[in-house]
Design a protein around this ligand. Structure first.
Ligand SMILES: C[S@@+](CC[C@H](N)C(=O)[O-])C[C@H]1O[C@@H](n2cnc3c(N)ncnc32)[C@H](O)[C@@H]1O
Length: 377
């Protein structure tokens, strides 16, 4: 490591923290570098990038603009400012900087889909499709661009690509629960609590009678940060969680609600026995995760294989009025009541409850969903 107190030494110390994922400390070192040399464009860009990592988009944009005053073609600052403006939902300005940056470095992959997303938000469907296709020209297997292009063009696929889910929720994990509470009015955990009370009785009554808990092993599919696991915990001894996003599960692990967590696709988990997993579960739950899967047959088949006799399967979906399932422009899938009923029947799952709910809101719009309770018998 470089010793001393000049800008390069501070940048080097900042880089060590950055590489360890400690963006707060990295920011401190980069600021010292900038204090030592106010004209150092690299230090300035690093300060902006660290603010971005900390979701401080306004500060990030401020320092990227300062970089561009030092060097108008500093390409990291152009890409960075575009992303910070996208974070601030200033899509019109973001598009300008994405285009300027991509004109200088057209082979960068990620900014193409980010520009697509930005143009989509501005209602520019043609521009957005072109940008997603440009991303796919550079990387034909790019899951995010594939899925967003399919959603934009109304092309229903079997499921969202695993790398789309992992990248969406790995990024989202930090602010997930706050955003559900503040913006989305997420009601799904309450519906699980209500259904568990309907089926198994109120937890207080069980405790008063000193009864053993009705569920020995539960499995949470698309467990996320563990909100559903927490909701069902009063009735359950042990819970396993499965999710494609390691960051969502890392947050869940902080609350120690799961006996074990598995970072993988839920259908894969169900169809192959994993070390540490139970052969059968008394209850399988999935809250707001089937909205990322169109074809639910592999999951229903897997759940039927892994549920104990009389075991329960509780989940939510978004409503579709006509057809089986469809990928919506939101990038989420919706499923029809008849599709759920028919698929359940194929795998010997009896529909015990299937009712309309409002799982969450999207801006002013109330999303329409179903809460489903199936029993294996
Ligand atoms: C909207 S979150 C809901 C999380 C949690 N169930 C809750 O109600 O708070 C959806 C979760 O499903 C996960 N997910 C989506 N598709 C999946 C799949 N095929 N296999 C495993 N997890 C998946 C995502 O990573 C994400 O954590």
């Amino acid at each position: 490591m470089t010793s001393g107190s000049g800008a390069p030494a501070h940048i080097e110390r900042g880089d060590v923290c950055w590489n360890a994922g400690d963006f707060e400390s990295a920011l401190g070192h980069y600021r010292l570098a900038l204090d030592a040399d106010a004209g150092n464009v690299e230090a300035c860009s690093n300060v902006a990038a660290a603010h971005y990592q900390l979701d401080e988009f306004k500060e990030s944009a401020k320092f990227y603009r300062r970089c561009l005053k030092l060097d108008a073609d500093y390409v990291e600052a152009l890409f960075g400012l575009a992303s910070a403006l996208r974070g601030l939902e200033d899509y019109a300005a973001a598009a300008v900087y994405y285009r300027q940056a991509l004109a200088l470095e057209p082979d960068r992959i990620e900014p193409h889909w980010e520009l697509g997303f930005t143009l989509d938000a501005l209602g520019d469907v043609i521009g957005a499709s072109e940008a997603y296709r440009a991303c796919l020209n550079l990387d034909p297997a790019h899951g995010v661009a594939t899925h967003l292009l399919n959603a934009l063009t109304g092309t229903t696929t079997l499921a969202a690509p695993a790398d789309y889910i992992a990248s969406l929720f790995d990024d989202y994990a930090e602010g997930f629960e706050q955003s559900l509470l503040d913006d989305l009015h997420y009601s799904v955990p309450e519906h699980f609590r209500a259904e568990m009370t309907n089926i198994f009785g109120a937890p207080n009554d069980m405790r008063a009678n000193n009864d053993s808990l009705p569920i020995s092993w539960a499995l949470d599919l698309g467990a996320g940060t563990g909100l559903i696991a927490k909701a069902i915990k009063p009735w359950v001894e042990n819970i396993h969680g499965v999710d494609l996003s390691k960051n969502m599960l890392a947050r869940a692990a902080e609350d120690k609600i799961f006996e074990q967590i598995f970072v993988m696709d839920m259908a894969d988990f169900l169809s192959n026995h994993r070390d540490g997993a139970q052969k059968t579960y008394d209850l399988a739950v999935s809250g707001d995760a089937f909205v990322y899967i169109g074809d639910l047959e592999p999951v229903f088949r897997g759940v039927a294989n892994r549920l104990a006799d009389q075991g329960w399967f509780l989940f939510t979906v978004e409503c579709l009025d006509i057809g089986d399932y469809a990928l919506l422009p939101t990038g989420r899938y919706a499923h029809s009541k008849t599709y759920i009923q028919d698929t359940a029947e194929i795998y010997g799952l009896k529909v015990m409850d299937l009712r309309k709910i409002i799982p969450r809101r999207d801006g002013n719009e109330a999303i329409s969903g179903y809460f489903c309770a199936l029993q294996f018998k």
